[in-house]
Design a protein around this ligand. Structure first.
Ligand code: PEP
Ligand code: MG
Length: 578
């Protein structure tokens, strides 16, 4: 039975209302049939080729305009396959000789060509032809069967995307002008598609479990990214209610926008730094529009993920330089590559692992492949003279890892200086605290690093042993659990004892329930999706540091469960609203 309402995890603020665009794998299964009328099947097959050709040409034109001529060329190859007389004659012969339906003939002939080309293992050109034929045969099959192959890059009207999951690269390709929101079956608040939705400021709900089976293309869908509700084909009254909610939210945003150029100070006048998290230099627009005082996390792995090969030193240098220059002297914390977990590179083969989040990733790869790491470090060091650079290593578990990474950085710095290249002599070097072993040993780390930035997305999943991607155990993903707060207190106190600062770049930093507690724990810098900055600035202005210290002490010393902490904070926040 289809449902009219679903509940998921609110992943990106805002309300989106629009027609559904299903981004799901098409069902291309068919049955073999023996036909009486081969000529009729030949007409069907020719017709499907013609339609596929028109469609590919339209996509080609669109990609050429929207992305670039080079990227569009792959579609020329598809048009050639769709006009190839050898392929077409073989399909025709197959229908006439075997008297089978067009689907079966297309399948048999294309499979034969694909296998033939794939057998030429040493010939990359032939491998590409095999891939082209596979793509084309799917498209032709979709026309024969009357099912749609989704092509999100060509969307030309306002829609909401409905998908089982969205990879970070799918999310990056969404056109903000037309994509008003998205909703998925799987994922959690800290999965990278959710994080990207927040930086693109697209309302999103993830982890509904079944939205793809409840919604059909063209249904009217409301996505409430504030509460996690999904309403399918709403009645007039519900639609009006959500239109009103969207208006109220927009008005609230307008209020927050007035704080764009304001300093971030608490009620008692303490300044805290409010930074933004970015994935690519393109995100800077949102960062500047929302008045960030720093970049607290630049996830450089997206540079690697957006490319077909490892980005060269020059390409990396240009990206880092752009970000530093645009931030005009404000601090920029660049995290070295954090590949692995849910972030894969098409050109880097990673081992199949049972638990990729606990496996070969981030600094572990960088230390095992030092040449690749050195390239990134050189690019960073060269860019350092264009602003205030801070370098941060991810997934540090031991001091030996930090020392080894720092040693490579020092070596590259010395080499550059010897080559006469200018390098800033004021680069802070810190680590992410996202592995419990490093959090527990923070008092030792604090003696050697310049700063900590707490990556709660991973720290919470490792401390609670609850996979951040799993909705079954998402109830255990508890940022306000007294155990997490106790760990944070130890990290912050340890850093302060050594005169070091502590930031937080995990999603908890922008969580409006967590902010009072984090201020009370003494956090120095909060870094979050750009879209959360202004509301956090507004909230911080209402908080008194000493009062928050008492609140955090209570949460740690008197509360025994996450529910008790939430009640404590909710009760406190109600006093703010009155
Ligand atoms: C984190 O783990 O909190 C973090 C900021 O890193 P990522 O989300 O990229 O793993
Ligand atoms: Mg992390």
């Amino acid at each position: 039975m289809t449902k009219n309402r679903l509940m998921g995890i609110a992943a990106s603020d805002g309300i989106a209302i629009g027609r559904a665009y299903l981004l799901t794998e098409p069902d291309l299964t068919f049955e073999k049939r023996i036909v009486e009328d081969p000529e009729g099947e030949i007409t069907r097959f020719l017709d499907s080729f013609e339609k596929a050709k028109k469609e590919v040409q339209a996509i080609r034109d669109h990609v050429a305009k929207a992305v670039g001529e080079e990227e569009a060329q792959v579609f020329d190859a598809h048009v050639m396959v769709l006009s190839d007389p050898e392929l077409m004659n073989s399909i025709k012969d197959n229908i006439q000789t075997n008297r089978v339906n067009a689907e079966q003939a297309v399948h048999d002939v294309t499979t034969m060509f694909i296998q033939m080309f794939e057998a030429m293992e040493d010939n990359p050109y032939m491998q590409e032809r095999a891939a082209d034929i596979r793509d084309v045969s799917e498209r032709v099959m979709s026309h024969l069967l009357g099912v749609k192959i989704p092509t999100p890059s060509t969307i030309k009207e306002e829609v909401v995307i409905v998908a089982r999951d969205l990879t970070p690269s799918d999310t990056a390709q969404l056109n903000r002008q037309y994509v008003k929101g998205f909703v998925t079956d799987i994922g959690g608040r800290t999965s990278h598609s959710a994080i990207m939705a927040r930086s693109l400021e697209i309302p999103a709900v993830v982890g509904t479990q079944s939205v793809t089976t409840q919604v059909t293309d063209g249904d009217m869908v409301i996505i409430d990214g504030l509460d996690g509700n999904i309403i399918i084909n709403p009645d007039g009254e519900t639609l009006a209610k959500y239109q009103e909610k969207a208006t109220v939210y927009e008005a609230q945003k307008t209020e927050w926008a007035k704080l764009k150029n304001a300093a971030t100070v608490t009620k008692d006048g303490k300044h805290v730094e409010l930074g933004a998290n970015i994935g690519t230099p393109k995100d800077l627009t949102g960062v500047l529009a929302n008045g960030a005082e720093a970049i607290g996390l630049y996830r450089t792995e997206f540079l690697y993920m957006d490319s077909d090969t490892f980005p060269s030193e020059e390409e990396q240098f240009e990206a880092y330089k752009t970000v530093l220059q645009e931030m005009d002297g404000k601090p920029v914390v660049v995290r070295t590559m954090d590949i692995g977990g849910d972030k894969e590179l098409p050109y880097l083969e990673l081992p199949e692992e049972m638990n990729p989040f606990l496996g070969y990733r981030a600094i572990r790869i960088c230390l095992a492949e030092p040449e690749m790491f050195r390239t990134q470090l050189r690019a960073l060091l060269r860019a350092s003279v264009y602003g205030t650079l801070r370098i941060m290593f991810p997934m540090i578990a031991t001091l030996n890892e930090f020392r080894a990474a720092k040693q490579l950085l020092e070596e590259e710095k010395a080499k550059l200086i010897e080559e006469g290249v200018e390098v800033s002599n004021d680069i802070q070097v810190g680590i992410m605290i996202e592995i419990p072993a490093a959090a527990v040993l923070a008092h030792q780390f604090a003696k050697e690093v310049d700063f900590f930035s707490v990556g709660t997305n991973d720290l919470i999943q490792y401390t609670m042993a609850a996979d951040r991607m799993s909705q079954q155990v998402s109830y255990l993903y508890q940022p306000y659990n007294p155990s997490i707060l106790t760990l944070l207190k130890h990290v912050i106190d340890s850093a302060h004892a050594q005169g070091k600062w502590v930031g937080m770049c995990g999603e908890m930093a922008g969580d409006q329930m967590a902010v009072p507690l984090l201020l009370g724990l003494g956090l120095d810098e909060f870094s979050m999706s750009a879209s959360s900055i202004l509301q956090t600035r507004s909230l911080l202005a209402k908080l008194d540091t000493n009062e928050m210290k008492e609140l955090a002490d209570k949460a740690i010393n008197e509360c025994t469960t996450v529910e008790e902490v939430m009640e404590l904070v909710t009760t406190f926040k109600e006093t703010l609203e009155n």
